[in-house]
Design a binder for this molecule. Structure first.
Ligand code: NAP
Length: 539
């Protein structure tokens, strides 16, 4: 093989890639990161749309491996904005001297496992790498889904995408703006654009349950309080199903009186953000229980939106609350009380095409100067399947995942030795505080690689049987919930031709952690180690 030689090549310089770089470097591996964008930060580098912020609390959506970092960084708001998160990423990169091993503007195009050397040859648009380990830290939401609306290229005004917002910003003042998409991105963007634009038209295909962020500044007393107990807070998060620290209510929504339930929902609505979904343990397990929460949210929409006809259009029906990832909003529904904001219900009047001057639905054309796509991502697998990845016997990852992603624990893939995915399909990933899940994976992977190194093994791979059993478990857990009852990016239904499979592991961060621990206790059960010409079991 030719090209630069490293122990580990990490693909992606978002949180997962940077944390992998830091940890593997600390463990003595020679590591390099390649990043297709021209700077670090991953999703937080590209998703610069107005209003973009994290809807996991800042204290929890932050790296936990360094107590000094935790103490010195001062978050300004309960939910950090995208620019603040990017400043944090830069701070982390400088503090831990990460940039020297990050190769920007370098896109992985192809990787092939060499069965004779046990190494990966990785071709990029800037040359070739030769790596023992290939760590895919490419993110869950980094490839945009094509909305597939005819005429998109015909629009003569300005076209924007939330995940590709211009770095210099976009001046929307005095403009007629249209937004297609009402997921988390659209829901955050819409109130901000409404304040700036002359007129806003929101094109909604599926109304979304959204819970209020109740965002606000963090004062010094609160900051000191959190920092005094940070280690406990982190441990609580690791031991919670969501990775957010919420203690699930052991009661069923159906075993309490209507008054008691309403009181709890009111309290959660005022305080919990995402935690609303955990108000009762069975909200994602039982349709009748879920209906109580869905009815509550619909009643809130009716309270917030003045015009009953508009409120009715904004009320989600036909899918369980939470089965599509609920946005956490700041004034989304109230935005529709403005005279300069219109809602177009695409279920009533579908888009026919985009024209040079606007969007034409079956009710006629809406004239626009700016058209914003907030139309989402080819989630979980998009970035993993974009490059060609060739494993044992010439099988490609695309072939291996023909019927949906198959992994062992969301980390390893049978037939693709020495390839690892951070927070991949089959792990809690997007169903959790993803930053916590990323850190857990990186630490676990580093331990696995140390284990192999200690035994002189140079090839680590998931056993096909272990992978098959894990896939079965991931599917069975999902089938026991309400998640598969909605079309969503969790199910891959937003991308034409994608297999309809629930991709994350739904058993929660706490349960997943126990599984990882038991795999270690059993000598990395399910991973095969080999090297120096002999096959060895992991233990
Ligand atoms: P999304 O949740 O997939 O929403 C995409 C929206 O576009 C949906 O409303 C979808 O409608 C609509 N859409 C797609 N194609 C369309 C078409 N051809 N015509 C009309 N409408 C169309 O994507 P997202 O809002 O970018 O959010 C993705 C994820 O990113 C979030 O769930 C979250 O995990 C993450 N995110 C996080 C934050 C945060 O932490 N604050 C912020 C933004 C995003 P249908 O529902 O009918 O398909």
């Amino acid at each position: 093989m030719t090209g630069r030689v490293v122990d580990a090549l990490v693909v992606g310089a978002g949180f997962a890639g940077l944390r992998s770089l830091h940890t593997l470097r600390e463990r003595g591996y020679d590591v390099a990161v390649i990043e297709a964008n021209d700077d670090i930060g991953g999703v937080w580098y590209v998703n610069r749309y107005p209003g973009a912020r994290c809807d996991v609390e800042s204290y929890d959506y932050s790296l936990s491996f360094s107590p000094e970092l935790e103490q010195e960084w001062r978050w300004s708001e309960r939910y950090a904005t995208q620019p603040e998160i990017l400043r944090y990423v830069e701070h982390v990169a400088q503090r831990f001297d990460l940039r020297r091993d990050v190769h920007l503007s370098t896109r992985m195009e192809r990787a092939e496992f060499d069965e004779t050397t046990g190494r990966w040859r990785v071709d990029t648009d800037r040359g070739t790498w030769d790596a023992r380990y290939l760590v895919m830290a490419t993110g869950q939401l980094s490839v945009r889904a094509a909305p597939g609306i005819p005429g998109a290229d015909d629009f003569a005004g300005t076209t924007l995408h939330t995940a590709d917002w211009p770095h210099e910003g976009a001046d929307l003042s005095g403009k007629r703006v249209g937004v297609i998409g009402t997921g988390s991105s659209g829901t955050q963007l819409i109130p901000v654009v409404a304040r700036e634009a002359a007129h806003l038209t929101v094109f909604q295909r599926t109304p979304n349950f959204s819970v209020p962020a109740n965002n606000g500044p963090i004062d010094d007393a609160r900051d000191a309080e959190v920092k005094a107990g940070y280690a406990d807070r982190r441990e609580r998060a690791r031991r919670s199903p969501s990775g957010l620290g919420f203690v699930p209510n052991k009661q069923s929504a159906l075993e309490v009186s209507d008054d008691e339930r309403r009181a709890l929902y009111e309290e959660q609505w005022r305080t919990a953000g995402f935690g609303f979904l955990l108000a009762y343990y069975d909200l994602m397990l039982d349709q009748e229980a879920n209906d109580t929460a869905a009815d509550f949210v619909r009643a809130k929409i009716a309270e917030k939106v003045d015009d009953p006809a508009t409120a009715a259009k904004l009320m989600p029906r036909g899918h369980p609350f939470g089965a599509k990832r609920p946005p956490v909003d700041s004034g989304y529904f109230e935005t529709f009380n403005r005279d300069d904001v219109d809602l177009v219900d695409l279920r009533e009047t579908p888009i026919e095409r985009i024209t040079p001057t606007g969007v034409r639905t079956t009710a006629g054309e809406v004239g626009l100067d700016v058209l914003v796509f907030a139309t989402g991502f080819d989630a979980m697998t998009g970035a993993l399947l974009r490059p060609e990845i060739v494993g044992r016997g010439g099988e490609t990852l695309r072939e291996h995942w023909d019927a949906g992603p198959r992994t062992y624990l969301g980390v390893g893939v049978a037939g693709f030795p020495n390839l690892f995915v951070i927070a991949g399909p089959g792990s809690p990933s997007l169903l959790s505080n993803v930053l916590l899940s990323i850190e857990a994976h990186v630490d676990w992977l580093a331990d696995l690689l140390d284990h192999a190194r200690d035994r002189g093994a140079t090839v680590v791979e998931a056993d096909p049987g272990a992978e098959a059993r894990w896939v079965e478990q991931v599917n069975a857990r999902a089938e026991a919930t309400l998640y598969p009852r909605a079309d969503s990016y969790y199910m891959g239904t937003n991308v034409p031709g994608k297999p309809r499979v629930f991709t994350p592991y739904v058993g929660g961060v706490r349960g997943y952690r126990r599984i990882l621990e038991s795999v270690v206790a059993d000598g990395y059960d399910g991973f095969l180690l080999s090297g120096k010409g002999r096959d060895v079991r992991a233990s």
